[in-house]
Design a binder for this molecule. Structure first.
Ligand code: TXA
Ligand code: MG
Length: 352
């Protein structure tokens, strides 16, 4: 077992291609007994706790500084575990699981009473997913319990896509971090409520609306439903925010470049430290500006952009920039979820 200690948190390196089962079993026993273990998934790193122990869940909220009415996703390693988490599983959910599990789709289902109020924020529903990552599946399987896990960041910070991000936010506050390298997708799972008809996408994520429509043609988007109480409590908080101010420039009509460059010039003249997150296509055109330039990836490769976007927001914070100017991306496929996160980081405003 390759272990190091950072401010009292044990960091265990696990090779995802050849997982060290001693390390995973060690972490699983800590998890089962009420400790907090951060682990990689295919989306982002999660901060895991035994979902059957209210006391362990309360530690998760404390470590993250998270409002306790924002419920957690329960992670399972096999379909048999579902009955201990959900009270009933509608036919449509079974079809979605068959198609997308393991994978970045979280289903909101009627809750089994074995899941404590601390996990669900007192709701009568519970969010469940089966991650597509060998380390996550082995950890959950070895723990023998369902694992509640929010993203392993301090509340309000960008989600962690590598162990260094988790260390920066949570070392000293949790028991173990399993370091399995970078996560592949880089954005969180799609949260889909299947307790209502038609089902509603509460949070866009790793599975695109287009993919869900192949199984559920009439799926709705939460953003389009202005009526009623907030269905996913997480929607009301400012999220994914780096310390710097973020401005997003819409790509529509191919026009992000001129406006972004003009803003960069003006802000630099005011004496501010400017960061630019550019698409590969436009990046060379920003090179002469007085700004720190980072490349997100090609406009037609949203998968690459998704995998980098949170890490780039964090990197700008490490450089202490005052303002981050970001090119928007087309809202197709994964681009929809990318824009959702960027607009949230910008506090809701897009310059078009
Ligand atoms: O990819 C992911 O989903 C990652 C990895 C670790 O699995 N997890 C994650 O968890 O992003 P978190 O806690 O950062 O986001 C969970 C989201 C929040 O928006 C929360 O409001 C929503 O899921 N949620 C959880 N339970 C819910 C429920 N019963 N009803 C509606 N929304 C729920
Ligand atoms: Mg989160």
């Amino acid at each position: 077992m390759e272990k190091r200690n950072v401010r009292g948190t044990e960091v265990i390196h696990i090779d995802p291609a050849d997982p060290d089962m001693d390390g995973i079993r060690y972490a699983a026993s800590i998890l089962r007994n009420g400790g907090l273990v951060a682990f990689p998934t295919e989306t982002v790193y999660g901060l895991g706790a035994n979902a059957l122990l209210g006391s362990a869940i309360r530690k998760v909220y404390r470590a993250k500084g998270r409002p306790s009415d924002n419920p957690l996703i329960v992670h399972i390693a096999d379909r048999e575990a579902l009955s201990s988490v959900a009270r009933e599983v509608p036919e449509i959910a079974i079809e979605l699981m068959r198609r997308f599990w393991p994978g970045p789709l979280t289903l909101v289902l009627p809750r089994n009473q074995a899941i404590p109020d601390e996990v669900t924020g007192g709701l009568d529903t519970v969010a469940v997913r089966m991650p597509d990552h060998d380390i996550a599946l082995a950890l959950i399987g070895e723990s023998g319990v369902p694992v509640a896990a929010p993203s392993a960041n301090l509340s309000g910070r960008p989600s962690p896509t590598c162990a260094e991000h988790v260390i920066a936010d949570l070392a000293g506050a949790i028991d173990v971090i399993l370091d399995g390298g970078n996560t592949q997708i880089g954005l969180e799972s799609t949260v889909l409520d299947v307790t209502v008809a038609p089902p509603v996408i509460l949070r866009p994520g790793g599975i695109t609306p287009e993919e869900i429509r192949e199984v559920v043609p009439e799926v709705a988007l939460a953003a389009a439903r202005a009526d009623g109480p907030v269905k996913s409590p997480g929607l009301k908080y400012k999220h994914y925010a780096p310390k710097a101010k973020v401005m997003v420039f819409a790509q529509s009509g191919g026009g992000a470049f001129e406006k972004l460059a003009a803003s960069a010039r003006r802000l630099a003249e005011e004496g501010l430290r400017v960061g630019i997150m550019a698409t590969s296509e436009n990046a060379p055109r920003y090179q002469d500006l007085d700004a720190s330039l980072k490349v997100m990836g090609p406009q037609d490769r949203p998968g690459i952009i998704a995998s980098r976007v949170f890490a780039l927001l964090r990197a700008f914070d490490d450089e202490n920039v005052d303002v981050i100017l970001v090119e928007g991306v087309p809202e197709q496929g994964l681009g929809f979820a990318i824009m959702n996160r960027l607009v949230k980081a910008a506090g809701g405003t897009v310059i078009s």
